[in-house]
Design a protein around this ligand. Structure first.
Ligand code: AMP
Ligand code: GLY
Length: 424
């Protein structure tokens, strides 16, 4: 049997992690990444494609004889890339456009969960400031205000007081920052508890849990400052007890898969379940229809069995007979970011020291590699990943490696994983 050719769509650390893993799978002969980054350029073959141009992607798939395409980010999924590629005969892993609404419309997700009694915060759809004020007067503050549509991870505002509520109304309705995405909003009860993410792969009928992780979304230590795409993560988290996993499977995963099947859009793809634990029970904060970034950078290296055969089994609808092998180790990733991130940041910094890392891994995100020179071109530049038999060992190992890499203005959080130590 000839080796398989795999195409990974996207350009971040998540996509580097996929490409890195596929190269280890014995079924895989060749890996392409589009558009990729400065690291995937050396790791595999970068293709300069516009992944939002579905026709261009299909032509490349046919041209190169790609056996499996994996979609990293949410935007192409929400745009229906899976529907288009599949209807043209390509084998692609990800949910269709309808099912992608679990992420691309917060209200679609909330309504379907409501219909199937999946535990979630109380919420109300609002389409004007007046609607939202009525809810505030009835429920009181704090409230969480969410743009219905995709807003690059910035569409959620926690309103603790009148002022932040007024600001949210301004951002959503008066001077809309997210355009059409906030034509409707979800006004939600604000839950309090610990958050974790559970990652599953689904074939439409059944699912397997890949692992759990905890992200660190704020820019500063101690979860302070503005939100980012994620500054670091660790996997698994001690918050994911057997009881929490079991409740998540019974009350969340099984019902949502059934709901999507009933709507004749069986859910195939990665499912990222963001939950908050309140009084020992999991509540859905959000679904994402893809893997997380940087969570993938810790979840995927802990998968000991083949990613290719797992996704192939999903596409063929035979996940039930697949056995996953997951490492018992703990993984930690620290994001090295450019100075200024998540606001405007500097680019073009020369990166040194990666070759000095002898333990752990370095996955590239916002890098460029041209004429033998590795430089930064993104806000989140590199992911350093360390492993250990315990979380504390994994943290130590990761930070030792972090110190060896340098670029001007290198910024990183010093407390990745510390939360997890407190849960033990
Ligand atoms: P999301 O983009 O939906 O993950 O929201 C960003 C962050 O806002 C989450 O990680 C939570 O910390 C917080 N959040 C969102 N919805 C709620 C809610 N209903 N109650 C409390 N916190 C929330
Ligand atoms: N790290 C959060 C996300 O990927 O949405």
């Amino acid at each position: 049997m000839p080796g398989k050719k795999v195409l990974v769509l996207g350009s971040g650390g998540r996509e580097y992690a996929f490409a890195w893993k596929f190269l280890k799978d014995k079924e895989v002969e060749e890996v392409y990444c589009a558009p990729g980054n400065g690291g995937t350029k050396s790791l595999c073959t970068n293709l300069s494609l516009d992944i939002n141009n579905h026709k261009q992607v299909l032509e490349k798939i046919i041209d190169l004889g790609i056996d499996l395409t994996v979609v990293g980010p949410e935007a192409p999924l929400a745009d229906g890339i899976v529907d288009y590629l599949e209807s043209n005969g390509a084998k692609v892993f990800g949910p269709d456009q309808y099912a992608s609404q679990l992420e691309s419309s917060k209200l679609f997700a909330r309504d379907i969960m409501d219909e199937h009694h999946i535990p979630q915060p109380r919420y109300k759809k609002c389409s004007s400031i007046q609607d939202a004020i009525e809810i505030k007067n009835s429920w009181g503050l704090p409230l969480v205000i969410k743009a219905d549509g995709l807003a690059a991870g910035k569409g959620v505002i926690i309103c603790k007081d009148e002022r932040s509520f007024d600001d949210a109304m301004n951002i959503m309705f008066e001077n809309p920052q997210f355009g059409e995405a906030s034509r409707d909003i979800s006004v939600e009860e604000c839950l309090f508890g610990e958050e974790l993410s559970i990652f599953a792969v689904c074939d439409g009928d059944s699912y397997k849990i890949l692992n759990t992780a905890q992200d660190h979304k704020r820019i500063f230590d101690g979860d302070k400052g503005p939100n980012t795409g994620g500054m670091g993560a660790y996997s698994p988290t001690p918050l994911s007890t057997k009881d929490i996993i079991l409740k998540t499977e019974e009350k969340i995963i099984k019902p949502i898969l059934k709901a999507m099947k009933d709507r004749r859009h069986p859910y195939k793809g990665f499912l990222y379940i963001g939950i908050m634990i309140v009084d020992g029970d999991p509540y859905v904060i959000e679904f994402n229809v893809r893997m997380g970034d940087p969570e993938t950078q810790v979840v995927i290296p802990l998968l000991d069995s083949s990613l290719y055969s797992l996704l192939d089994d999903c596409i063929k609808g035979r996940l039930g007979s697949t056995t996953l092998r997951i490492s018992k180790k703990t993984a930690v990733t620290v994001v090295l970011a450019a100075k200024g991130y998540p606001n405007s940041y500097s680019k073009g910094m020369k990166i040194n020291g990666i070759e000095k890392i002898n333990e752990g891994l370095v996955f590239h995100a916002g890098t460029d590699f041209t004429d033998g020179l590795l430089t930064s071109i993104g806000g989140r530049v590199l992911n350093v990943i360390g492993f250990g038999d315990s979380l504390i060992d994994a943290i130590d190992s990761t930070y030792k490696a972090v110190d060896k890499i340098n670029f001007e203005g290198k910024y990183f959080r010093k407390d990745i994983g510390q939360k997890g130590l407190n849960y033990k």
